[in-house]
Design a protein around this ligand. Structure first.
Ligand code: ATP
Ligand code: MG
Length: 328
């Protein structure tokens, strides 16, 4: 049995300019704009939703299968993910395009000039899941995260046709997609993930009420930021799990992905939705406390201590046997 994680694979290139962009702009010459800023530092961060989720699963001792499209420049990132227990053998490598890249420069006034290059990501529509399943075994779950929209649709259709259980995680694509894209991405999902804002986008854009969405998915997991998470199921009472108190809030980028990794890990260990939400929250808080989405390390003892302090000894007892493989 296996877990397939489809979605974006990207790097963020972040620079800071020790001045103000506005001082270099001549307003009545903007049609001839040509500026270059001497920046102080360049930070390259590994990201992309599918890669982030895989990193979290790998850290918890699972061996997720990454499904997505990259460029020839992926070698170093691949080695990093493989060191963290991620199966990258089915990643599609484009012959012509680079891996998706976000390039961003900030100035001292928090103004930002940024570009997102989707690059090889558009080739995820060329990926078929069946050969991957033939290689790694029938999937327990296929999670379909934000990616090239055609690729997301193809993976979701294939899951429905072949009967692979799939989890819908359209996230950022909800802002761009219309109802015609979003409806087929959700319909028939075992689990739908969103945050609260995205939950409103889903009902607004699909034209489905909350109950209609619930009639089309097994469960709807709605993350509530520092307030934790709520899980809704048709005809059942919601399950609410509170977040793990942060020690220090550094940067929340990537919390949603870490949450999904924890949630999926608990499900694949055969635990229920409440435990899954708790493990999601536990993993997510590690990301809040770090700069970057793949920089946290889990120490088994500290992880279980935090778990006990927030969710009690029974939760610790349920997680402990599955965390034997954690290295640190
Ligand atoms: N400040 C915080 N302290 C502790 N836990 C947090 C905090 N913010 C988020 N979390 C945890 O992360 C989970 C996901 O957070 P959130 O709802 O903000 O996701 P998101 O909006 O999809 O985030 P993103 O897309 O930026 O990764 C929450 O359910 C919670 O467990
Ligand atoms: Mg999110």
């Amino acid at each position: 049995m296996s877990i397939l994680v489809a979605g974006s694979i990207a790097t963020d290139h972040l620079m800071s300019f020790p001045g103000k962009f506005a001082d270099s702009l001549v307003v009545d010459q903007l049609d001839k704009l040509s500026v270059s800023f001497l920046v102080e530092d360049l930070e390259v961060r590994r990201g992309g939703c599918a890669a982030n989720i895989c990193f979290g699963l790998g850290n918890l001792g699972l061996r997720p299968v990454l499904v997505g499209a990259v460029g020839e420049d992926f070698a170093e990132y691949r080695a990093w993910l493989e060191r963290h227990n991620v199966d990258c053998d089915s990643v599609h490598v484009s012959e012509t395009k680079h891996t998706a890249r976000f390039v961003c420069t900030n100035d001292t006034a928090h103004a930002q000039i940024a570009s997102f290059y989707a690059g090889a990501m558009s080739e995820s529509r060329e990926i078929e899941l069946k050969p991957i399943v033939d290689r790694v075994g029938a999937p327990d779950y296929v999670i379909i995260g934000p990616d090239d929209p055609q690729g997301m649709l193809r993976h979701t259709d294939e899951c429905r046709q072949r009967g692979y259980p799939f989890l819908a995680d359209p996230s950022q694509q909800l802002a761009f997609g219309d109802g015609d894209l979003i409806r087929p991405l959700i319909d028939g999902a075992e689990i739908l993930f969103s945050n609260e804002y995205e939950a409103s986008l889903i009902t607004q854009k699909t034209g489905w009420t909350r109950d209609e969405v619930l009639s089309r998915v097994g469960s709807w997991v709605v993350t509530l930021g520092p307030d934790g998470v709520r899980i809704d199921r048709a005809g059942e009472e919601s399950i609410v799990v509170r977040a793990v108190p942060e020690i220090e809030k550094v940067e929340p980028t990537g919390v949603g992905d870490a949450f999904r990794a924890g949630f999926l890990a608990a499900l694949s260990w055969g635990l229920g939705h409440e435990r899954a939400a708790q493990l999601g929250c536990l993993l997510a808080v590690y990301v809040v406390e770090q700069v970057g989405t793949q920089e946290y390390e889990i120490s088994r003892a500290a992880f279980l201590a935090r778990c006990g302090a927030t969710y009690g000894d029974e939760a610790v007892a349920d997680f402990e046997p599955h965390l034997q493989t954690i290295r640190v």
